[in-house]
Design a protein around this ligand. Structure first.
Ligand SMILES: Nc1nc2c(ncn2[C@@H]2O[C@H](COP(=O)(O)OP(=O)(O)OP(=O)(O)O)[C@@H](O)[C@H]2O)c(=O)[nH]1
Ligand SMILES: [Zn+2]
Length: 171
């Protein structure tokens, strides 16, 4: 950087950064399956969709933020096994608090839901701005990246997927 690391404003910065990283990467030390341990049977067998979950993550290449929103939906299994709505947001947070790429973050959320809820279908859509593309490098501030992960019925049935996407668009 060419800065003087002993000047007052920077002296405590290494410790501050260490504490900040502990928080930003806390998801590495949390078990995703525990988030979804509590489920209940509500006999609801149709779509549950939480949209616009604020999402802050860190790009593993540059350690710069990427941030935006996540939309997470699933179709419960025949027992109508559901989880608390907040758990979907907790799951996004947990995986976002790791060094990430957006594609992996999106799939990890979808796969955790498949593993724990055994749902008939899952859809996860994320839309984010990557600061490594905005404030440096190619400098395209405002460019948005959209990723999706679909599993089960959401992958196999075009009409089910179209319904979920229409609800995401209509929000
Ligand atoms: N696929 C994917 N790429 C990402 C993500 N976050 C950052 N990147 C990209 O990772 C790439 C790393 O490319 P490198 O060529 O190794 O690094 P760089 O020289 O700093 O690349 P530039 O950003 O093009 O200057 C860049 O193209 C970034 O835009 C992500 O979530 N998914
Ligand atoms: Zn990056």
């Amino acid at each position: 950087m060419g800065e003087d690391p002993t000047r007052e404003g920077l002296r405590d910065t290494p410790a501050r950064v260490a504490r900040a990283y502990e928080e930003l990467f806390a998801g590495l030390r949390t078990d995703p399956d525990e988030v979804l341990d509590k489920t209940f049977d509500e006999s609801h067998e149709e779509l549950v969709l939480v949209t616009d979950i604020p999402m802050y993550s860190t790009c593993e290449h540059h350690l710069l933020p990427f941030h935006g929103v996540a939309h997470v939906g699933y179709i419960p299994n025949a027992q109508g096994q559901v989880t608390g709505l907040s758990k979907l947001a907790r799951l996004v947070d947990l995986y976002a608090r790791r060094p990430q790429v957006q594609e992996r973050l999106t799939s990890q959320v979808a796969d955790a839901l498949v593993r724990k809820l055994r749902p008939r279908g899952v859809i996860v859509v994320m839309q984010a701005e990557h600061l490594c593309m905005g404030m440096r490098g190619i400098k395209k501030a405002g460019a948005l990246t959209t990723t999706s992960a679909v599993r089960g019925l959401m992958r196999d049935s075009a009409s089910t997927r179209a319904e979920a996407i229409a609800l995401i668009k209509a929000r």
